[in-house]
Ligand binder design. Structure first.
Ligand SMILES: Cc1ncc(COP(=O)(O)O)c(C=O)c1O
Length: 392
């Protein structure tokens, strides 16, 4: 990996240490260029006219995004963000009272809230498989719960927002495939930082965002939908005139690809930015990215662990690009502000970001540092020194 070249292509690297990639990563100049180029065309020719003129580039965007998750263009639906992708997927499942949703203790807060909302409105049961002692969901227990409850949906967040954990989504996928359960993977924090392959995982839906480790723009995400579900005719509850055509006063016909899950209006500039980010990640190489992130994270965890009063959370987990720490008696939100003054970008999380995990760890929140492959070892050491100064 040519870090120097990559950093030159990343204007944001100049003058700050960006360790908030789990929030929003720095976009490569080429991604910004793709967005600006499209906006210029819109400015010159008009929004709908620009879309017509760039039709081929837009169609190619589906391919570029499909490629980074091992899918085909017809399985990709563009979305405003990962949450909307997730909601569109869940809305397609015809839940009835007493149906079961099986998830984990580390699934994303918004996903958990949406399940609870479904529970309130429809009377579905939400069950969470427990973690194993070494960290991560206990797949054997999950398998028993699938046998026992026959859930209509199994949902797993691949890499949670609140720790460096990587869930064994493939092992869970194998179980779901063997019984035919719908399997939704939230890959919001994993796409762009490691290889993700929907066929290997065996998922039916996969939701993701553009702005995090993929290094695309804000306000853009996507949903993968398997051929199995498309062929079964699953469609989002609030399908619109992009996802379907109104064939008669009382009838409509859904389109046959995952575009069924899209809605009419799009910031196409962001879609093209997302495609550019996907192509950039493919060029760098996702396995190479994963190894580099792991090395940086190891260095960061070790450096932070040496600071008096700092506790690095987790430990038995796979090393992903998210490190969460607590500092005795210090509010993490204040640490974020103090670090930003020193040119180091991080983020903080309160208990409500990860109620179960943080309650289990007996913490009320954490400072989150999330390096990406374009960060350097020197930057990691600078961040560790900055935290040490603040603690002192
Ligand atoms: C694991 C996970 N899932 C989903 C989301 C939501 O993504 P978005 O803000 O793009 O809707 C996040 C955001 O932080 C996340 O970390």
């Amino acid at each position: 990996m040519d870090i120097e070249k990559i950093r030159k292509e990343t204007p944001g690297c100049d003058g700050m240490v960006h360790l908030n990639n789990a929030g929003a990563a720095l976009m490569p100049a080429g991604v910004v260029g793709a967005i600006a180029h499209y906006l210029n065309i819109e400015t010159k020719f008009g929004g709908y006219e620009a879309q017509d003129g760039r039709r081929n580039a837009i169609e190619k965007a589906y391919k570029s995004v499909a490629q980074i998750i091992g899918a085909q263009a017809r399985n990709i639906a563009f979305m405003e963000n990962a949450t909307v992708a997730f909601m569109q997927a869940v809305s397609a499942i015809p839940f009835e009272r007493n149906d079961t949703i099986l998830t984990t203790c580390n699934d994303y807060a918004s996903n958990q809230i949406q399940f609870l909302s479904l529970q309130k409105r429809l009377g579905v049961q939400v069950i969470r498989a427990p973690d194993q002692a070494a960290g991560g969901v206990d797949v054997a227990v999950m398998s028993d719960l699938i046998d026992k409850h026959k859930p209509k949906l199994v949902c797993v967040t691949h890499v949670p927002t609140n720790s460096g954990l990587e869930q064994d989504v493939k092992a869970i996928g194998d179980i779901c495939r063997s019984v035919g359960t719908i399997y939704l993977v939230d890959a919001c924090q994993s796409v762009g930082q490691m290889p993700v392959d929907v066929v290997d995982i065996g998922c039916d839906f996969l939701s993701a965002t553009s702005r995090k480790f993929l290094r695309g723009p804000r306000g853009s995400g996507f949903l993968y939908v398997s051929n199995r579900l498309l062929e079964q005719g699953l469609e989002p509850l609030f399908i619109d005139m992009r996802g379907a055509s109104w064939t008669g006063p009382d009838s409509y016909q859904a389109v046959d690809s995952a575009k069924r899950f899209e809605t009419w209006e799009f910031a196409w500039a962001n879609v093209l930015g997302t495609a550019s980010a996907a192509a950039y990640a493919s060029d760098v190489g996702l396995e190479t990215i994963r190894l580099r992130v792991q090395n940086l994270v190891r260095r960061l965890r070790e450096g932070l662990a040496r600071i008096n009063k700092v506790t690095v959370l987790g430990g038995n987990e796979e090393l992903c690009g998210i490190v969460t720490v607590t500092i005795d008696g210090v509010d993490p939100f204040k640490v974020v502000a103090a670090l930003r003054v020193q040119g180091v970008n991080t983020s903080a999380q309160g208990r409500e970001y990860a109620v179960i995990d943080y309650d289990n760890k007996n913490v009320t929140g954490a400072l989150r540092l999330s390096p990406h492959y374009y960060n350097t070892e020197i930057e990691i050491d600078q961040a560790v020194s900055a935290v040490r100064r603040i603690v002192r």
